[in-house]
Design a protein around this ligand. Structure first.
Ligand code: PLP
Length: 470
């Protein structure tokens, strides 16, 4: 590897990225790529080169072949799913992280990586007003960076099954009897985690009609009935900010049900959890003080590149009991001393990249005050879009919370037609979904480059697609 070539290429890459961000900000690129399936495959040779090529050529091909066929998630008119944000600070940190190339599976394999992660998870816990027991400083719990809310849910479910069965969750005696509860509004990663963990399908607790949120009384009834039938209720997964409508389960009341019965409560706050940075947006229903574990995706709304989810647990022993594994080749004095945190025992994989660096860069480069403004800005833009939807004849506002606006047309057929036409529209991306059995379109604000003008323009595009073809 030629270090000088790296310096030149890295400077070139930085320049190209800065120009790319500028082009996104001024809407010079489409949101959605033009090519049919196979476009990129066709442009790439079928075999790897035998001889090395210049980084400059590879970079050039990146912009020539790859970038035009990407969906631009940072584009102001990207309104799909939930945002997956980024920032120059996060990008720079990823470059530095990659260059340092450390692997922080245990404290001893990279002490600073582990201690930095402990510190930034504590910073964020305090900034989100999470209970002190979720901090490393408390000596009880702490935060750990996972790749995704999906992994956080899996880790939490496994720890809960382990606790509920006193470590015997894989044995015959418990097989098929452990139960995990959520609603049909939980993200698909929740039933997936329950399946992977070997606990079958989750029990779907009814929602309170018209709210899309868990009915705590129905949860209590179901748990008690299951217990009477010889089953073992192990965990409840509640959601703060559901994926379809951004609804929030009543966590304090769910937490009371769990606490009385010794059931683990995991709170999936992947998107909406970040809003708690702003004191005026903290909701009583979010109730992190009732949770055994709580997860927020920094890569959704905190300008930190994906992947970066933080999972906080109230009792770190639960995780290490369920996931710990220390074969002879990982033994070391620091671990034996019991004085260090080995994050390998807080996650599924053994190895781990130093993801804390990007969170550190982002929190320092922006500061909490600026990150709060980012969230408030996106919420203002969503309110603008919601007001445009409400004012438009032939449209209905189905839900509007934080940065999310959910809408439908007058009839289901019209919504389906609109969805079809929008799917062929390169300049805006919304996500279709189903609410109460009816088709809807979701629009989530979160691009760093969105403003009032881009929101009005995106809405004009949607309206144009809704107009009957002439
Ligand atoms: C986005 C989202 C997820 C999935 O997040 P990943 O990090 O992609 O696994 C889970 N739950 C909720 C509520 C979400 O909004």
């Amino acid at each position: 590897m030629n270090e000088r070539a790296f310096q030149t290429a890295a400077a070139d890459a930085a320049g190209r990225l800065a120009e790319h961000w500028r082009a996104l900000a001024s809407c010079e690129l489409p949101v959605v790529p033009p090519g049919p399936p196979g476009t990129t495959l066709k442009a790439l040779p079928e075999t790897a080169p035998e001889q090395g090529e210049d980084l400059a050529d590879i970079l050039e091909d990146t912009w020539h072949t790859i970038v035009p066929q990407l969906v631009h998630w940072q584009h102001p008119n990207f309104l799909g799913y939930y945002p997956t944000n980024n920032s120059p600070a996060s990008t720079l940190a990823e470059l530095v992280t990659a260059g340092l190339g450390v692997q922080g599976m245990m404290w001893s394999t990279s002490p600073a990586a582990t201690e930095l992660e402990m510190r930034v998870c504590d910073w964020l816990a305090r900034a989100l007003d999470l209970p002190p027991r979720f901090t490393h400083a408390s000596g009880q719990g702490g935060g750990v960076i996972q790749d995704s809310a999906s992994s956080a849910a899996l880790v939490a479910v496994v720890a809960a099954l382990h606790r509920a069965s006193r470590g015997r969750w894989r044995e015959h005696g418990t097989e098929g009897r452990l139960r995990v509860y959520c609603t049909d509004q939980a993200n698909s990663c929740v039933p997936k985690a329950v399946r992977i963990a070997g606990a079958g399908e989750p029990v779907l607790v009814p929602t309170v009609p018209g709210t899309h949120t868990m009915d705590p009384a129905a949860l209590a009834d179901r748990v008690d009935a299951d217990r009477a039938a010889g089953l073992v209720p192990a965990a409840v997964v509640a959601t703060v900010g559901t994926t379809v409508t951004c609804a929030t389960d009543p966590v304090p009341r769910i937490g009371a049900v769990c606490r009385e019965r010794g059931i683990w409560l995991h709170v999936d706050a992947a998107y909406a959890g970040s809003a708690a940075l702003c004191p005026e947006l903290r909701e009583d229903d979010a109730g992190p003080e009732f949770a055994d574990s709580y997860a927020v995706n920094a890569h959704k709304w905190l300008r930190t590149g994906t992947p970066c989810d933080i999972l906080w647990v109230a009792d770190r022993g639960d995780l290490a009991d369920a996931l710990g594994a220390t074969p002879s080749y990982l033994r070391n004095d620091a671990t034996d001393s019991g004085k260090v945190v080995d994050f390998k025992d807080w996650q599924v994989p053994l190895g781990r990249p130093m993801r804390a660096l990007k969170l550190w860069y982002v929190l320092r480069a922006h500061g909490l005050e600026e990150l709060r403004e980012v969230i408030r800005h996106d919420i203002r833009l969503a309110a603008l879009l919601a007001s445009l939807v409400e004012r438009e004849p032939g449209f209905h506002l189905v839900a509007h919370r934080l940065g999310l606006v959910v809408l439908r047309a007058e009839t289901d057929d019209r919504t389906r037609e609109l969805t079809q036409r929008l799917a062929g529209e390169p300049d805006v991306l919304c996500t279709p979904a189903i609410v109460d059995g009816r088709p809807v379109l979701r629009a989530a604000l979160g691009s760093p480059y969105a403003d009032e003008t881009t929101v009005r323009r995106a809405w004009d595009t949607v309206r144009a697609c809704a107009a009957p073809a002439s």
